[in-house]
Design a binder for this molecule. Structure first.
Ligand code: SF4
Length: 344
């Protein structure tokens, strides 16, 4: 194994898969993760769309692949300098690495629901987020979810929304909403479940089947319209106002539970790394890649690579495919840049 390291910043699915592939290519990766465990958002999730596979099974597989790879948990990057093609990296705990390449896998942050005040998150007890519902499925420990009889899902919370300056689609939340709608209906079969959407973006393998299953088998009602106001009545039930944009009629409905499908935003940790490496944002505020076609794993900084949702919203299969591609880009870069000692 060579003396120089390949630094993987972030220990979510993209980071774990990139590290595993680099190790298979004979390189010497180290994963730097700011939390006390690997997994990123995947570790908080219960089941994955479209087929309701266990998130934990995938997480364990990814973790198992990295069992022989060095990791630094609870660690942040505090400084990076570059000399020739080598990065000198100092961690918050004082550990230093000389790295031949850096792969940024800093993922995404979920949009903060309280920024959309009109939905009442943080004001009304029974307005929750997609992440909180997923946590309920995992733990069954949330007093707010108590035999709800009527449940609404609001799509596009913090995405496709000029008011919060996020005009992009987060890609995964339509399918997540329908998955969660089926799961909650499974748990509370007598509940009425409504999904309020702008467009349903069900583009991937198996997504259309999920959409049909949600309607045929679970009687999920998909309403094309944006919820514009949420309040609470004297009985403590939520009252929502929306417009059915297919029928062109205003709607008012009482609900026991409202789930906000919060989209993806660039993570705070991406910001910190970008500043150190002088890498720009793209038009959606994520990390800019070299181009939009063949340079998706490259940045303008030589030796700095990217994988996963740090560059744009991504599904898990896309993230894992990108991680593999990033590992190959690193390998080719080291070969082409005349550093034979870096490649066994
Ligand atoms: S995937 Fe669906 S819910 Fe998410 S931002 Fe796109 S259209 Fe909205």
């Amino acid at each position: 194994m060579n003396e120089y390291r390949i630094l993987i910043i972030g220990g979510g699915p993209a980071g774990m898969e990139t590290a595993y592939q680099l190790k298979n290519l004979g390189l010497n990766p180290v994963i730097i993760e700011r939390n006390d465990k690997l997994g990123g958002h995947l570790a908080q999730w219960d089941r994955l769309f479209p087929s309701s596979d266990s998130a934990e099974t995938l997480l364990e597989k990814l973790k198992d692949q990295t069992k022989d790879i060095e990791k630094k948990l609870n660690a942040k990057i505090s400084n990076i300098t570059k000399e020739g093609n080598i990065f000198h990296v100092t961690l918050s705990n004082g550990i230093k690495y000389d790295a031949a390449a850096i792969v940024i896998c800093t993922g995404f942050d979920l949009f903060k629901a309280e920024k959309k005040q009109e939905y009442g998150y943080g004001i009304y007890n029974n307005v929750i987020t997609n992440a909180e519902l997923e946590d309920y499925f995992k733990t069954h420990n949330d007093k707010r979810i108590d035999e709800p009889k009527r449940i609404g899902f609001v799509h596009c919370v913090g995405s496709r929304d000029v008011k919060v300056n996020n005009t992009y689609c987060s890609k995964v939340c339509c399918a997540t909403a329908l998955k969660q709608a089926c799961e909650i209906k499974d748990e509370f079969p007598y509940a009425d479940v409504y999904c309020f959407y702008m467009d349903l973006r069900m583009f991937g393998k198996g997504y259309e089947d999920l959409y049909l299953k949600a309607q045929k088998d679970f009687d999920i009602k998909c309403v094309r319209g944006r919820v514009c106001e949420v309040s609470e009545n004297i009985e403590g039930k939520l009252v929502i106002k929306a417009e059915d944009t297919l029928l062109g009629t205003p709607m008012k409905m009482t609900l026991d539970l409202l789930v906000l499908m919060c989209g993806m935003e660039k993570s705070k940790s991406s910001n910190e790394i970008q500043k150190m490496l002088n890498i720009n944002n793209n038009e959606d505020g994520f990390i800019e890649t070299r181009d939009n076609f063949s340079g998706l794993n490259l940045t303008k900084e030589k030796g700095v690579f990217v994988a996963g949702a740090c560059t744009s919203p991504k599904t898990l299969p896309d993230t894992i495919a990108e991680a593999r591609a990033a590992a190959m880009e690193v390998f080719n870069y080291l070969k082409v840049n005349g550093q034979p000692s870096l490649v066994q």
